[in-house]
Design a protein around this ligand. Sequence first.
Ligand SMILES: [Zn+2]
Length: 238
Amino acid sequence: MSLQPWAGALCACCGLPFPSSHALDSVEARCGECRNHQPAFDGARSYGLYTGNLRKAVLRVKFSGDERLGSHLGELLASTWDSLPHADELQAPLIVPVPLHPSRRRERGFNQSELLAAGLVRALARRSPPVNARLEKSCLLRKRPTTPQTGLSVSARRENLRGAFEVVAPDDIRGRAIVLVDDVMTTGATISACARALKRAGAGKVMGLTLARATPQFPDLAPIESDNTVDGFGQPST
Ligand SMILES: [Zn+2]
């Protein structure tokens, strides 16, 4: 399965891929959303576009919990690490997977973001010099189940997630650099809501690192809603 990283122009803040480099002619290479509504995270990047083989891989790990695939995809996250804004300032970062609501996690039996985060930590440890990152999967709680984000507007997504996340172990994260890991980022509302909770609890820099970016800006990107027909699984929640 060949997977392609995004190598084109992107938003300096949230990493949204731009269809052409013309957008970089503007004063600041930020997307409209980041200009209008500063996200709570300090920067975010994705490995590639949520399309083709990368989308298939994301869906497979999401619905099968395949640990080997999660590990492999974690290596792709590690290959994206250096493109994170402030990557060189992330000393002994905590890697925090975006949590599922406990009832959803029980039902599914695993959290795909944890599989990706564990693969990322292992891949970072193998680098030379190694990045001394630690998996921290219990400091952040999704305290209420949220309705699926698919089809919601950007502002409705933000509203849907208001107060959804809570830091349960603030002593563990105070002053620490944190990299949030998730499979797919669409508007960034989920990562931003997690980052807001972490910052309020005293975290240092908070970054977002996701495998795939879903964006309607690319005409060849099939609608996200079609995933349930492509793979016979439910719709992505983010
Ligand atoms: Zn942006």
